[in-house]
Design a protein around this ligand. Structure first.
Ligand SMILES: [Zn+2]
Length: 128
C-alpha cells in the first residue's frame, strides 16, 4: 500500500482527531494542530494497545509533545525529526480505543490488532 491508500486519521478516528486539534490549540500550538487534518492512519503501533501510527512504521519519533487536559496528560504525540509532523499518537489516559468502523480493508480482512467483531458471517456453513 502506498501512503495515499491509508485512511485519513480524521475519518478513522474523528473524535480523537478533533480532541487532538482542540488540545493543541488550547496549548497555543496552532502549527501542529494544522497538520492533524492531513495525518493518515497507518494502523496500530505495537508499543501499546492505544498507540496509533500516523506515519509509516519505523518512522522516527524524535520529539514528544504532551497533551494535557486540566493538568492530566491525555496523550503523547510523537514527532519526527523536524517536529512538524506526528509519527504516532499514544493515548495514556487509560481509555480503550475502539477500532475505526472501517478497520477492514477492501478485501474484508481484519486489520491486525482489532478485536473480533461478531458479525453475520458467511463463513458459518452448517456441517452436513
Ligand atoms: Zn507507538
Amino acid at each position: 500500500m502506498t501512503a495515499a491508500e491509508y485512511p485519513m486519521l480524521v475519518h478513522a478516528f474523528p473524535e480523537l482527531a478533533a480532541e487532538i486539534d482542540e488540545l493543541l490549540r488550547a496549548d497555543g500550538d496552532d502549527a501542529l494542530a494544522g497538520v492533524v487534518g492531513g495525518l493518515r492512519y497507518f494502523g496500530r503501533c505495537t508499543c501499546s494497545p492505544t498507540c496509533l501510527l500516523t506515519a509509516p512504521r519505523s518512522s522516527p519519533c524524535s520529539f514528544v509533545a504532551e497533551l494535557e487536559r486540566e493538568a492530566d496528560v491525555v496523550m503523547w504525540l510523537w514527532l519526527d525529526a523536524t517536529a512538524t509532523t506526528v509519527t504516532h499518537i499514544e493515548i495514556i489516559d487509560g481509555r480503550t480505543l475502539a477500532p475505526p468502523p472501517d478497520s477492514q480493508d477492501s478485501h474484508g480482512h481484519h486489520v491486525p490488532g482489532s478485536p473480533d467483531v461478531p458479525s453475520a458471517s458467511e463463513e458459518r456453513v452448517p456441517n452436513e
